[in-house]
Design a protein around this ligand. Structure first.
Ligand SMILES: Cc1cc2nc3c(=O)[nH]c(=O)nc-3n(C[C@H](O)[C@H](O)[C@H](O)COP(=O)(O)O)c2cc1C
Length: 427
């Protein structure tokens, strides 16, 4: 039923759809898409939302669509404007699903000026350098406070970098209070009825999109949401999924709750380990006991063999420091540790304090390899990694306690060092 409606909704015809007076949706539907950018599942497909704004002094096109769906975009554009009328092309970010039809649009509307953020300039060069003949459109780079006049109406720009590409901006139509928000507030839902008040439930799609696309940029998001908060809003017009006109502030508030900084709790240290014979597990417990001597720190230990990666990722996001323990097996750390570390791309771990530890038999590569990965994730390593040969002795467990104490202390101090500490010499 829903699929049928998606195909027969207003957007089922290749005509532009009115969003507000003088504002049309001219995007494309992609109902059969089942995975997006490799990393997202899209069981409902998606839309690429492009918009056209008509003023007394020409029209502006905001974003385009994926290259393979350009025909749909041009048909809708032609239903409401001539190419000669296009004065401005605004690209809120240059990801290929929104810039795919740009070369052809530039060919059809060579007089149009491009309005992009300063960071988009280099990306634009990368996208256009293979196009023959190479387009050289008039170009203006814009930031917060800059605007574009279409005669009787004004488009204002908001600089919102990294949401989720470095060049991201939002564009605000002042008179109709429409925010063309790019991927912000977007989701992968394909329903030809287009508007949130006409289609069914899609909050899970908003949350899924947030978790995979926006969550790594929670810090930047908080800044952007503060800018959006200051606007009067009648419509949120994102680049994917439904157009949000039914109490649009609900979506803003939802995003604010999702991106909220964790409450001002005591600093948290979360220790993750895996252990085949209990040696690395013993280290983890001794590290936790040592850290607990600093009464101001909240400590938790987690056996990753027995838990869910998604839960661990949540804990890591909320922790101020994290430690990862793995034995060395066949010259490497074990797969569950790598699985966990490779799941951190969906959160912001930059600058978070981290450390590695583990038991080993003879070569002990795991700790160094984990540290390398933690540095790659731009985490800070305040304490050198600790490895212990086979079963920890009492003295070695005391060294684990010191390791934990130092890590806890690093939660209040910013000094840090690096390198793997060798407690027992490999024999
Ligand atoms: C299948 C297997 C392969 C191993 N490979 C290595 C290795 O390549 N290098 C090394 O230093 N230790 C190796 N070890 C030894 C373990 O790292 C050592 O037994 C360690 O104490 C196990 O710690 P755990 O009880 O925390 O799992 C290996 C052990 C097993 C069972």
């Amino acid at each position: 039923m829903a699929a049928t409606q998606a195909m027969t909704g207003a957007a089922g015809h290749r005509e532009a759809i009115a969003v507000a007076p003088g504002v049309h949706w001219i995007g494309a539907l992609d109902p059969k898409l089942r995975s997006f950018d490799i990393i997202l599942r899209t069981e409902q497909g998606t839309t690429y939302n492009a918009y056209l704004v008509r003023g007394s002094d020409g029209v502006a096109v905001i974003d385009t669509v994926k290259a393979g769906l350009a025909d749909e975009f041009f048909a809708r554009l032609e239903s409401v404007a001539d190419y000669g009328e296009i004065r401005a092309i605004v690209l809120n970010h240059l990801e290929p699903d929104h810039s795919g039809a740009l070369p052809e649009l530039l060919r059809r509307a060579p007089q149009a000026t491009l309005y992009i953020s300063a960071r988009a300039r280099a990306i634009l060069n990368g996208l256009l350098k293979s196009v023959e003949p190479r387009p050289t459109p008039p170009l203006v780079t814009v930031k917060t406070g800059d605007s574009l006049s279409l005669g009787d109406r004004e488009l204002r720009f908001l600089h919102t970098p990294f949401l989720h590409w470095p060049d991201t901006q939002c564009t605000y139509l002042v008179d109709e209070e429409v925010l063309f928000s790019g991927d912000l507030f977007g989701c992968h839902v394909c329903d030809g009825r287009l508007f949130d008040d006409e289609i069914g439930e899609f909050w899970p799609a908003i949350d899924y999109y947030y978790a995979h696309i926006m969550r790594p940029f929670a810090r930047e998001l908080r800044n952007a949401l503060a800018e959006v908060q200051a606007l009067d809003l009648r419509v949120l017009a994102p680049a994917h999924g439904p157009i949000l006109r039914d109490q649009p502030r609900r979506y803003l508030e939802h995003y604010q709750a999702l991106a909220k900084r964790p409450p001002n709790a005591p600093p948290r240290l979360a220790i993750f380990y895996i252990s085949s014979y209990g040696n690395t597990a013993q280290m983890a417990e001794a590290i936790a006991a040592g850290a607990a001597e600093d009464t101001g720190v909240q400590i938790s230990t987690h056996d990753i063999e027995a838990g869910e990666t998604a839960t661990f990722v949540d804990l890591i996001e909320r922790a101020d420091a994290v430690a990862f323990g793995s034995p060395t097996i066949n010259s490497d750390a074990v797969k569950p540790i790598w699985d966990l570390l490779s799941s951190l791309a969906v959160i912001d771990v930059k600058g978070k304090r981290a450390a590695a530890f583990g038991s080993y038999g003879w070569s002990g590569e795991a700790v160094g390899l984990i540290e390398e990965r933690l540095r790659g994730l731009k985490m800070q390593l305040p304490v050198p990694g600790l490895r212990i040969k086979l079963i920890p002795s009492g003295e070695e467990l005391a060294a684990c306690g010191d390791f934990g104490r130092q890590l806890a202390a690093a939660l209040v101090s910013r000094s840090w060092s690096s390198g793997v500490a060798e407690f027992a010499e490999p024999g």
